[in-house]
Design a protein around this ligand. Sequence first.
Ligand SMILES: [Zn+2]
Length: 283
Amino acid sequence: MSWLTRVRNRIPFVTKRDTPDNLWQKCKKCQEMLFTKDYEENLWVCPRCDDHGRIGADARLGQIMDPGFEVLPAPTVKEDPLKFKDSKRYTDRLKAARHNAPHPDALTNAVGAIDGRKAVVGVQDFGFMGGSMGMAVGAAFLAGVSRAVAEKAPYVIFTAAGGARMQEGILSLMQMPRTTVAIQQLKAAGLPYIVVLTDPTTGGVTASYAMLGDIQMAEPNALIGFAGQRVIQDTIREKLPEGFQRAEYLHAHGMIDMVVHRKDLRGTLAEVIDYLMAAKQAA
Ligand SMILES: [Zn+2]
């Protein structure tokens, strides 16, 4: 028995969620035990199977932006306007989510630079209530766009969401037109809007700001769709093709512009910003 196998056997139930400071983590795709420090150095991409692990705003901003970026304050919104309660109160769910999260809701913006190019970057955290889009996400999106316009910089967003936040009912769906109008403000200012779709991006987020980028990138194998596969399969009564709703499938069918490995994202974003900003100056 190898040393690694012995260690592995001794800690059978290690998951990132249960033990955030653990030395080892398990790749959710190939089940390989990964030394946390190596996994982090590899940008939370599994060195064995290349699975791109889900990461939060701080890890993402650290990977993409130059040191010295500034995290923007989260806008305050009216909380729990519907006094929603299912098996738990919405306010209790929010409290629990905040207890485990470094930021007060699912979308966090920062201003700074990507390899020397000024940019405002928004990151949606799937770890915060499934990255769901409610009023706080809508308000943060608008704040990100306003700052981009003020800085005359592009707005780059990393999407990750299970969809709209059902606890806010129709108010969550209203964020779809609201964010769409904000994107128009960017366009009116002649500034690029760049979307990086990460695993998973679904529901109302896919149906609004996640699909309106001037350039649409995605991380490898990211799940991107509106309705879930089972719902679609049951509705059309047909077996869905291999790789359906995955980044590579969407790329092959012309829905997105490129699939970019996490290690190449920073450089690719910098190139795309150069290209789009040069086009703006020439216009
Ligand atoms: Zn793996």
